[in-house]
Design a protein around this ligand. Structure first.
Ligand code: IMP
Length: 421
């Protein structure tokens, strides 16, 4: 089997970037398959911090190929910025970075609508990158794909229609002045000239990589509870964040998938609005936020913090088909006297082992916790045996509950602060 997947099991920000950076050593090709510049993958290499929004973070390794698949939304400005940043740091990307020409583009009116919607407080607390609105156009068959930029007449026709529709919405809803499709078209043509060396039919590339026995790693963005179908709808993002999204968003068949690495933090966070059963609104939440530096990599927003939620992990492990668990940021819990874990919920007197399906039920949900003894970590523990007894008990408890091995545990942000069991 040629392809494995790294996926987030909570509400995003599970520190997937650092795990992808570590595990990508064993792969030839790293692939983004959904979402867009709403993601923020932070990687620290030799005390240097890299934040990627669009490029696969595996590109940090100079011998790897990075691919942006058909399911990803392209934000032209951010793409150019990241390409130029990484080329300055690591040399030319031509020949080792490709974007699928089927990928859709986030246009200025998508970002504007997202901004206006959020500013009017009607939104879900989005990252304001225009994601929902660009996917809306895509599913209405009104999106602009990279391949549309190859022919100016075709592009003009498509963009004129799409701009008319979007201008009507932002005009009627917010009185916004219309965007000029000709200006956008000219900008898009310049943009296409700049990215042309990287644009490809990546399905054909995947086919040849698999024939050459190259190993492919999918890098998920956001998390399972933000999935458009299986997350806490409507407080979700607009893409398929679960493992099944990887074949969909890349064109690689599901039969090629082998391992599925499910990444979760030793506690829980979420940004934006929406249900969060184990949220801590008091001092403990603040402690975790400050110690874990829980501020958004994309927006800088403070993240909401809370205890680990096993119903969420049980559900996520199932819908993703997780084979290996990756626990990150265990060191952040260090210093707490007691640590709680939600093992199930109660809803109207009934015990629930999975999250409810309706957003309305979350309001009446009561998490049932067990309490565990705290521990102190130094961050220099390099094996499971070196962890304090209470930290081991914490990891073992989660493993027993989920019946999936916790194979990796991070005790700090650096590459070497990852315990492999
Ligand atoms: P959007 O994806 O910008 O439309 O935002 C929809 C919801 O997903 C909001 O609650 C965002 O905070 C959340 N979200 C989007 N991307 C990320 C991410 O990379 N990490 C965590 N939350 C995210």
């Amino acid at each position: 089997m040629g392809a494995d997947i790294v996926i987030g099991l909570q509400w995003g920000d599970e520190a997937k970037g650092r795990f992808v950076d570590y595990i990508s050593e064993n792969y030839d090709v790293i692939v983004r398959f959904q979402g867009g510049a709403n993601a923020g993958h932070t990687v620290i290499v030799q005390d240097k911090k890299y934040i990627f929004h669009l490029l696969p973070s595996g590109l940090i390794r100079k011998d790897k190929i990075g691919i942006i698949g058909a399911g990803v939304l392209i934000d032209p400005d951010i793409l150019l910025e990241e390409i130029s940043f990484i080329e300055k740091e690591l040399g030319p990307l031509e020949g080792r970075f490709f974007i699928d020409e089927r990928a859709n583009i986030v246009l200025p009116y998508h970002k504007e609508e997202d901004f206006l919607e959020e500013s009017s407080k009607k939104g879900v607390g989005s990252t304001r990158k225009g994601i929902a609105y660009a996917y809306r156009d895509l599913y209405m068959r009104m999106g602009i794909r990279l391949s549309d930029l190859k022919d100016v007449n075709w592009l003009s026709d498509r963009l004129k229609t799409a701009a008319e529709f979007n201008n009507q919405i932002i005009g009627a809803r917010y009185g916004h002045v219309p965007f000029d499709w000709k200006v956008m078209r000219d900008e898009l043509l310049i943009f296409f000239g700049q990215i042309r060396p990287y644009v490809a039919d990546t399905v054909a590339l995947f086919h040849s990589y698999l024939e050459e026995n190259k190993k492919i790693l999918f890098e998920g963005a956001q998390g399972t509870m933000l999935d458009i179908f299986f997350g806490t709808y409507p407080f979700v993002t607009s893409s398929h964040t679960i493992s099944s999204g990887a074949p969909v968003g890349s064109g690689i068949p599901p039969t090629c998938i082998g391992r599925i690495y499910g990444v979760f933090k030793a506690y829980t966070t979420r940004v934006g609005k929406g249900p969060f059963p184990t949220e801590l609104t008091g001092e403990e939440g603040k402690y975790i936020r400050e110690k874990g530096n829980e501020y958004g990599a994309t927006t800088g927003r403070p993240r909401r913090c809370g205890w680990l939620d096993l119903p969420v992990l049980r559900y996520s492990a199932f819908v993703n088909g997780v084979t290996d668990l990756v626990m990150t940021k265990l060191d952040v819990l260090s210093g707490l006297e007691k640590i709680k874990v939600a093992v199930h919920y109660k809803l109207d007197g009934k015990k629930l082992r999975f999250p409810p399906t309706s957003i309305l039920d979350y309001e009446r949900l009561e998490p049932h916790y067990i309490e565990m003894e705290g521990f102190e970590l130094e961050g220099n523990e390099r094996s499971f045996q070196e962890l304090p007894e209470n930290a081991k008990k914490y990891v073992n408890f989660i493993e027993e509950e989920l019946k999936i091995p916790v194979k990796y545990i991070s005790v700090g942000p650096r590459r070497d602060q990852l315990i492999v069991r």
